[in-house]
Structure formats: C-alpha cells, structure tokens
Design a protein around this ligand. Sequence first.
Ligand code: FES
Length: 126
Amino acid sequence: MAQKQLKWYKLFEDWEEARKKVPLNSTKKVRIGSKKICLAHTKEGFFVVDDECTHMRASLTSGHLNDFNEVICPWHDYRFCLKTGEEKSGKNARPLLTHRIEEKNDSIQLGLYKDEVPPKKDEFSY
Ligand code: FES
C-alpha cells in the first residue's frame, strides 16, 4: 500500500504570531483551496481538524471550545476531540479528520495529506 504524502502550507512566521492571530481558547478558519480547516488554540496547544461537522456539516469554527480539549458544534452540540477527531458525546458521528501543525523550515506550517486536498487552488486564506 502506498504511503500517504503530507503537503505543508505555511500559516505563520512563528508561534508568537500564531498566538497573536489565534488567541488562547479561540478558533480560526483556514482555507486551503476549497478545503476548510478549523485551527484551534487551547491550553494544550494548537490543533487542526476539518471545519465541517460530520453530523450535518456546520462550521466548527463557529462553535466553541471547552476545557476538555474539544470543539463543540454550534448546531447540535456534538463534541469532537481535537487530538483524535473522535465524537465524545456518544452520538456515534464519524470522527473528524485531524491534521498536523508543526514548526518547519523556520515557520509554522499546516500538514495535510495530499489526497485530502481538492486540487482546485493551491493557496490558503483566513
Ligand atoms: S451539525 Fe454539528 S452537531 Fe449537528
């Protein structure tokens, strides 16, 4: 089986800029082409998951974070673990795709698996 390839997108110059643009206990939507990503900053760090709720596709960036490192959907309160993407309120929803955020090449970058990005545009925006 072929190994999935990660593609990296620069989001911030450094962690200081990341903390300034995404303050503690907040989220920000990031677009990579037509793909929408929810970037969350909690006391455990920065996490990136798909923005679209697996229940009925609400934007999780419009939801809120709790003290258990979860993002809560604004529509029906499903709770998703930011580390694993797993739904934690027992509603049996598909888990969210989780992505990587790391310091690479002197900047903060978002890592997406190649086949998870629609091939439309190759850029990001907030
Ligand atoms: S759309 Fe997210 S919980 Fe229903």
